[in-house]
Design a binder for this molecule. Sequence first.
Ligand SMILES: [Zn+2]
Length: 471
Amino acid sequence: MNQKAMPAGRHGFSQFILIVIVGAVLVFGGVGFWYYQKPANQQLPVPQTEALPTSSSGEAVSASTEQSNQSGQTNQKTTSKTSARDDLGCFPPSCSVIPDPQGKQICLDWKANKSVTWPSSCGYFSGQPACQKLCEAETKTATQDTDSQTVSTSTAVPCNLAPLQRQFSNTPYYSGPLFDAHFHMPQMFKIPNNPDAPVIDEDVPRRDVACLFSNKDRIKNVFAFYGIPINLKDQAVVIAQDIEKKYPGTMSPFIELVTFPGYPVVPSSINAVLIANQGLFKGYGELSLYLPHYNGVDSNDPAMRELYTIAQKNHLIVMVHLTASQQQSFEKVLQDFPNTIFLLHAAEDLPWASTVFGTYFDKYPNFYYSVDIDLVKDAVFPATTKADFIARMKQNWQTMLNAKVAEWKSKIEKYPNRFLWGTDRGHYAWHYDPEVEAYFEEFGRAFIGQLDSAAQEKYAHKNAESLLQKR
Ligand SMILES: [Zn+2]
């Protein structure tokens, strides 16, 4: 299906996820550009609110009694508005110069002695030591709560994902294991401009994410995408490590590290994270090159080429979502990096899709493809709630199935070793609901059942497992 047929602004879940990243960076991640600089890209979907009236208080820098007593637990609601508090150098003289609405709101609330919504971890201010200190001082109680939760969940709580209960009666039907080759992890913290974006451990416990893949008769493993600004890398790494420790072999994490401002791909930074965490990540991506902050990035840029080399050295599958303008450059990449495995999706939306499906599999043995959200996008894209999604799945089930079998069956069967199944979930917290998973899964099984028997297991899970072996 071409992009015009898709809901406005939705080119798959991945578009959303990187908007999230941009929002995250603009609010919390920028080294000094949280409020002092313009957004890295003027096309970013960050609403620029009017400058709010700046607080006339709170601009003094002398330490207040409350700050100097080291309590760190200033009760903002009861602190007098007229008392000068030390912001430790975090805020600019006027909050109105902060371009990001949420950042501006934090500044305004703090200066007005109102309750401030801080990020879930003050480590997000790692590029702004003054703000990190202030955040830590102001959220000490909350941090202690989080710490105690972490301790209480330091051992794995066993999963108990029941067998799939079928809702439909399609025959033939694939009943073997599945491998989800396209799955987005929840965010590291609440994203101001995307309030729907679920936060890991707040909206969706990491255990619940891992447990979606715990029943080896159902979806036995997953390529799980951590798309994060480079300065949030530590949180993502810790979570990926923790899941692997508690639920070994359940998830196969991919990482995507985006640097702001400027050119978003910094190979040396990426390499450092990979070297420090050898073996943890199985892939790099999703690289959604059509997103605003990748404007000006070509898949064959020198930095991108360096990234592919790093990926190969670190045994990473590279997962890419291309733009319409990248046909020649990406072919050059496929030619020049024959030892790097490239996994694409959503090329069916490109104007040169026929070239991809007609020639790439023969010409480039390192080229693989996942057919994921396209299978059920007519139900997923418009749905904003679990109930809405389920209603749309029920209503459109057979129509979607017939259409997708017609679209994909011959392509997959022609190159049965090169296609992978996936879901592309993660836009809402309910995307991680086991009941929602069951609909994705059963639809996948009904679709796979329509494939030639020689292709079924390969597309369902074996090709993904084979990529993990080959990399
Ligand atoms: Zn994508």
